[in-house]
Design a binder for this molecule. Structure first.
Ligand code: GLN
Length: 274
């Protein structure tokens, strides 16, 4: 079968753009190759690999896991089912973070629950003199994050453990976190490919809870891990901004505020240590 024929056939089963990206993946072609040489033929092996990938996509598996890669803030990152696929709304955290660190200041930046490492690596690229630390409980996630750090030539001090536990009494100028915040039992967890993503990255697992258990731990430890003037910025769910601001106030943080993502949803809240 030709590349064009395989693309057409795959487009009958899945989204046309997804089909094209999978054809390109299996044949190691670029989009330009595909347009320039539509009559090139696929080997039997390529056809069977394509068929398997199209079947998985048709079964709801996210495209990023099939490609092994996803874009965030203009860069490509490796992703595996051990990590959450980066979401565009998390780019807001990057923007708020870089407004708060001097790019050439040697600031210490901490990313809690780093997952694929998109936040730590992107901040490392944008603030080349910052010193980065990234924590995750999942050793499999840390392996992905560390391959992304190498891919983008960013040096990051990775630590395995729960939230602040591997950090002793270290203090930071900026702490960012995109912790799990979807309430256990939220029907959203059954939709849009979320069942294929690591549940420990999506939900705190507390049955009948409000999804905020991890955010409570992150906010609760911030005051003793921030340097004076340092900021904590946390991503949260569409209806959690008020509750998170309340937690930040209770920790005595100043300048507490929430910021809206591109869908105009309050998506990140933060505060500063006096
Ligand atoms: N924003 C993600 C979603 O709702 C959840 C990310 C997270 O829990 N940190 O799909």
């Amino acid at each position: 079968m030709t590349i064009a024929g395989a693309w057409h056939a795959a487009s009958q089963r899945i989204d046309r753009l997804d089909a094209r990206l999978l054809v390109e993946q299996v044949t190691a072609c670029t989009h330009a190759d595909l347009l320039a040489h539509p009559a090139r033929s696929l080997s039997t092996d390529q056809l069977s690999r394509l068929d398997a990938l199209v079947g998985r996509r048709a079964g709801g598996e996210p495209l990023a896991y099939l490609l092994g890669s996803a874009a965030f803030y203009g860069r490509e990152f490796w992703v595996t089912p051990a990590v959450l696929i980066p979401r565009p709304e998390t780019e807001l955290l990057v923007e708020l973070a870089i407004e708060r660190v001097q790019p050439h200041s040697g600031a210490r930046i901490l990313d809690l629950g780093t997952g694929s490492g998109v936040l730590a690596v992107t901040l490392g690229c944008l603030c080349p003199e910052a010193r980065l630390t990234a924590v995750d409980l999942s050793v499999a996630a840390l392996a992905v994050a560390s391959s992304n750090a190498a891919r983008h030539a960013v040096e990051i001090d990775f630590r395995a453990g729960q939230w602040f536990s591997p950090l002793g009494e270290e203090r930071f100028n900026l702490i960012v976190a995109n912790p799990p915040y979807v309430a256990q039992g939220d029907p959203h967890l059954q939709q849009n490919g979320l069942p294929f993503e690591p549940q420990m990255a999506l939900t705190d697992g507390v049955v009948g809870g409000d999804g905020l258990a991890c955010i409570r731990l992150v906010v609760g430890g911030a005051a003793v891990h921030l340097r004076p003037g340092g900021w904590l910025l946390v991503e949260h769910g569409y209806d959690q901004a008020g509750a998170v601001r309340e937690l930040l106030h209770r920790q005595g943080l100043a300048d507490v505020a929430s910021w809206r993502d591109l869908s105009m949803i309050e998506r990140v809240s933060g505060g500063r240590l006096h």
